[in-house]
Design a protein around this ligand. Structure first.
Ligand code: SAM
Ligand code: DTB
Ligand code: SF4
Length: 331
């Protein structure tokens, strides 16, 4: 059975499997609202066109500069605007970062993501950041960084250092965005993404679900991503980890079925992208995670800490991989 995915009948598209950049919000919402089995069948069918359904990439995160952030993202433990109780620290030394990366590689991670709680990197930090990228690349891992807003020049500098991906999330729909962050605009987020693209890096961009948004916000966010001139090669979908002291600490958790629906819509609309089941797995059952993988998620963060918040222990994930017959995706 083939579900009609677009305003045009399927047979009018030259190549029904070709990635599209002309999604309408109505189409996205229609997908989201499909009977669950139809949606998952379609997502799994699309997934199998481009990916081995039994391979999931293991990525590892490290906070290279924690806390004291001048931005006011309402979900974040690291914003100086909220009393989350997190202790701020300075930029880590390059050698320590490389030691951590080596341990992650030896434990099976093929991708290393480094995050800093900055509005944007300062000139004085760039030398260390460049050395971190070069060092992690030399370990044979894929590299990703998330350092806040990026100028065109800084983007070129990171690209030249060998950075593969830059992570900068739009977080939610344009409409809902202002309820969550006031210190930088949705437009500014998109400008950073343009700078990353123009420098020739791959884009990692996604968002958070469970911040009190409605399903239209979720699909609008995905439409924004899917209608970029090039799909982000990497789309992290986070489930809000409520942080005490932040404005979103008491958010109503998202229904796991709605979360899986969002993953499925992301997979269908951006068929060749890595869809990353990111924050929030500690609160998810194995069954929910299994549905996320069936819906097309093909990467997770491993290790007991994300940037500042908890994540399942490695042995728990090993059991999950075993139960589901999943294998780590190699580069
Ligand atoms: N400071 C950088 C920035 O925002 O550009 C990078 C670090 S930031 C922590 C990276 C992303 O993690 C955010 O854009 C957000 O999508 C996600 N994130 C942060 N805190 C979260 C939380 N409590 N729950 C779920 N996702 C979260
Ligand atoms: C993303 O979208 N999720 C990751 C990664 N990009 C950098 C970060 C999740 C952070 C979860 C909250 C914390 O650890 O503080
Ligand atoms: Fe700062 Fe990033 Fe947290 Fe926003 S998400 S407060 S920019 S560390």
């Amino acid at each position: 059975m083939q579900v009609a995915l677009s305003a045009k009948p399927l047979e009018q598209h030259d190549d029904v499997s070709a990635p599209r950049h002309d999604w309408t919000r109505e189409e996205a919402q229609r997908l989201y609202d499909l009977p669950f089995n139809d949606l998952l069948f379609e997502a799994q069918t699309v997934h199998r066109r481009y990916f081995d359904p039994n391979k999931v990439q293991k990525s590892r995160l490290l906070s290279i500069k924690t806390g004291g952030c001048p931005e006011d993202c309402g979900y974040c433990s690291q914003s100086a605007s909220y009393p989350s109780g997190l202790k701020a620290s300075k930029l880590m030394e390059v050698e320590r970062v490389l030691n951590e990366a080596k341990k992650a590689r030896d434990a099976g991670a093929s991708r290393y993501c480094m995050g800093a709680a900055w509005r944007s990197p300062k000139a004085r930090d760039m030398e260390s950041v460049v050395a971190m990228i070069q060092g992690v690349k030399a370990l044979g891992m894929e590299t990703c960084m998330t350092l806040g807003m990026l100028s065109g020049d800084d983007a070129v500098r990171l690209k030249e250092a060998g950075l593969d991906y830059y992570n900068h999330n739009i977080d939610t729909s344009e409409r809902y965005y202002q309820e969550i962050i006031t210190t930088r605009s949705f437009e500014e987020r998109l400008e950073t993404l343009t700078n990353v693209r123009e420098a020739g890096m791959k884009v990692c961009c996604g968002g958070i679900l469970g911040m009190g948004e409605d399903s239209m916000d979720r699909t609008d966010m995905l439409v924004t991503l899917a209608n970029l001139p090039q799909h982000p090669e990497s789309v992290p979908i986070n489930m809000l980890i409520p942080i005490e002291g932040t404005p979103l600490a008491k958010s109503e958790p998202i229904d796991p079925i709605e979360f899986v629906r969002s993953i499925a819509v992301a997979r269908i609309m951006m068929p060749k992208s890595m869809v990353r089941l990111s924050a929030g797995r500690t609160e998810m059952s194995d069954e929910t995670q299994a549905l996320c993988f069936f819906a097309g998620a093909n990467s997770i963060f491993v290790g007991d800490t994300l940037l500042t918040a908890g994540n399942p222990e490695e042995d728990k994930d090993a059991v999950l991989f075993g139960r589901l017959g999943l294998k780590p995706m190699e580069l």
